[in-house]
Design a protein around this ligand. Sequence first.
Ligand code: TMP
Length: 216
Amino acid sequence: MSGFFITFEGSEGGGKTTQVSLLAAALRGRGHDVVETREPGGTPVGQTLRQLLLRPHTGPPTDRLVSPAELLLMLADRAQHIHEVILPGLHAGRIVLCDRYADSTTAYQGYGRGVDLAEIARLNAFVCGACRPQLTFVLDLPVAVGMQRAHERRGAAAVDHFEAASVAFHERVREGFLAIARAEPARVCLIDAAQPVEAVHAAVLAGVRKRGPALL
Ligand code: TMP
C-alpha cells in the first residue's frame, strides 16, 4: 500500500469535517492526490445505511435499531467503504482523509452503548484487516460545547438519532475517545477542538509534519 491513511475522530461539534477540508487543501497545495471521505455514508450503499442509522427515532420502540444491529450496520458500511474507496485510493498512492472510522465504533457503540469492547475490537479487526490509519486526530471538546455547536450547525434540520442521545451518553463517548488517545499515542494525536478553527488546523498540520513528515 503506497498511500497514506489519516482519520479524524471525536464527538459531535468538534469540527472534523472542516478540518478534513482544510488539511485536504493544504496537502493538495503540496501536489498530493487526496481523497476526502466519511463514515457512515462514503459509498452509495453506505448512504442508504447512513439514512437508516441516523434517522430520528420518533416511532414505536420496535422502530429502533437494537445496539448489536446498529453496530453491525456501522461495520457493513465500513466493509463497503474499505472495498470501494479506501483501499483503491491507498493502492493508487493517494492520501485518504476519512471523517470517522473504526475508533468511532469503539467510542459510540462500545463506550456509549455498552457493547463489549473486546467484541468490537474483534469485529473491527475482521472488517478492517490491514486497512488501519497511520495517523488519527481526535478532536476533543466538552460535551456541552459540542452539542451547542452541533445545534447551531443543524439550524432548522431535524436532530439525528445520535445528536438526540443523552448528555451521559455523549460523556461516555468522549471518555472513549480519550481512552483511545491514551492507549495509542503513537497513532493518535489529541487536539483541543474548543480552540478557534485556525488553531486546530495549525495543530493538525503540526501532527502531520511530526508523524507523516514526507507529506508537508
Ligand atoms: P457525523 O459523521 O455527521 O458526525 O454523524 C455520524 C454519526 O454516526 C455520529 O453521531 C457518530 C455515529 N457513528 C457511530 O456511532 N459509530 C460509527 O462507527 C461511526 C462511523 C459513526
